[in-house]
Design a protein around this ligand. Structure first.
Ligand code: ZN
Length: 280
């Protein structure tokens, strides 16, 4: 390896934030949080350990994911309930809000709609911040554990990775085949997962989640959503995934709808206003 003579000067160039978000339309968090106070429970679903569950979240209602028995990480897929091609875009959410998300951040949808699908209105782990290893909670950097990577790295087949769990739940919910469901499964929001990148090799790391029973994260649905949540076979992701080794626990999802009139000042986000001509 040969370093150029001006290597230090090149490294010393100051970074520039790729996507400054000061000009993004800001969610009216006070309005959402006020509406959440009087909201009534309308639906509930539980993702069993090493399995997944679906729940429909109408626009203008709240989706809460709660840790109920013990520390457990969840892998969340979100779809426009009326158009499966509009789905959560983990990469763009990361580019806009950073590697981990919390209260006030938004979950963005894929092209060409690129609009906020959901806004995080509450997060009982918001106190965690960034730890001494560079780790933080609720990441949009991991993809989801899957049997293909498991086969590459371990040479064996494991059938209850989050990818497969999400596939089965989506297929059952929409009455489609597993093969039909697979292309819809996408990179997730890693709910409650504590992750970062190692400082020396830049590798994706995980560590035992700080989540405890009764901790929750809550989202406001900006559009009609279909949410699919897998209770990861990694459990708290403190040791390993893609196996039955880790203790695993269920995760609860519930949907609450605000009282009439509570959202009178809110309207759903329109699809992205780019004209779509792409230079032609
Ligand atoms: Zn997983």
């Amino acid at each position: 390896m040969i370093e150029p003579s001006d290597a230090a000067a090149r490294r010393a160039v100051a970074p520039v934030v790729c996507y400054p978000i000061a000009d993004l339309p800001q969610p009216d968090l006070a309005l959402y949080q006020h509406a959440a106070e009087g909201a009534a429970l309308v639906a509930e679903a539980v993702a069993a350990p090493r399995d997944a569950a679906c729940i429909e979240v109408p626009a203008g209602s709240f989706l809460r994911i709660t840790c109920i028995n013990g520390p457990q990480v969840g892998d969340l897929n979100l779809f426009n309930a009326n158009d499966l091609t509009e789905r959560f875009y983990s990469g763009k959410t990361r580019a806009l809000h950073g590697t981990h998300v919390t209260t006030g951040d938004r979950l963005w949808s894929s092209f060409p709609q690129l609009r906020p699908m959901a806004t995080i209105v509450a997060d009982t782990l918001d106190w965690y911040g960034i730890d001494e290893f560079g780790g933080s909670v609720h990441d949009v950097i991991g993809t989801r554990c899957d049997p293909y990577t498991g086969r590459l790295l371990q040479g064996s087949d494991y059938h209850h990775c989050c990818h497969s769990n999400l596939m089965r739940a989506l297929a059952d919910h929409l009455d489609m085949s597993l093969a039909g469901a697979e292309p819809h499964v996408h990179d997730v929001l890693n709910v409650f997962m504590c992750t970062g990148f190692t400082r020396d090799t830049g590798q994706y790391f995980m560590k035992a989640s700080p989540v405890r029973p009764d901790d929750y994260i809550e989202f406001f649905a900006e559009i009609d959503l279909l949410a699919v949540l897998s209770a990861c076979p990694g459990g708290d992701c403190g040791s390993e995934h893609t196996s039955d080794t880790a203790p695993c626990h269920p995760l609860k999802m519930n949907v609450r709808t605000p009282v009439a009139g509570a959202l009178a000042q809110w309207s759903p986000p329109k699809r992205n206003a780019y004209d779509g001509s792409h230079g032609r």
